[in-house]
Design a protein around this ligand. Sequence first.
Ligand SMILES: O=C(O)CCC(=O)C(=O)O
Ligand SMILES: [Mn+2]
Length: 176
Amino acid sequence: MPLPYDQMLGKLCKQTIWRQEDVKIYGKVYQQPRLVALYADEGKRYDYSCLTMHPLPWTDLLREIKRRIEDCTDATFNAVFLNLYRDHNDSMGFHSDDEKELGKNPVIASLTFGATRTFILKHKFNKELPPVKIPLESGTVLLMKGATQHFWKHGINKQTKPCGPRVNLTFRTLFS
Ligand SMILES: O=C(O)CCC(=O)C(=O)O
Ligand SMILES: [Mn+2]
């Protein structure tokens, strides 16, 4: 059954069990500036950004999106991490997806619905390289693989220009 593409943002916002997690930075506790969720095969767990996340079981919608992403990337995944950026004030700090559960050279497929936000990559060692800025429009798939996480950090800055919600799904393989 075809997925009605223009309804994906609404469906994902509504059907996902979102959480706002606390994170500790230099001993101080903050609320993450976005909502998150993790869905995965049974028995998986993910120590993500100082949090241990216990995944929920796949929904029909997420399983169907995973199947399509696997078709177009020629990779297989057993987990999806979802982020809901409610508006222009929500963000994600610079990081590499390098947790040990992801293995050495993870293949990560990132899919976006909703507002266009700029995905920024910064080289970790060569400070002369300018940041790479990729505006991710609704429906875009971005694939990170090979040694990307060893050399690059990525993040989404908050922005002054108001925008509506954006859902990002990153399909991953957890070896946990
Ligand atoms: O929202 C995005 O495009 C990036 C998400 C991300 O980097 C992550 O979930 O680790
Ligand atoms: Mn990431």
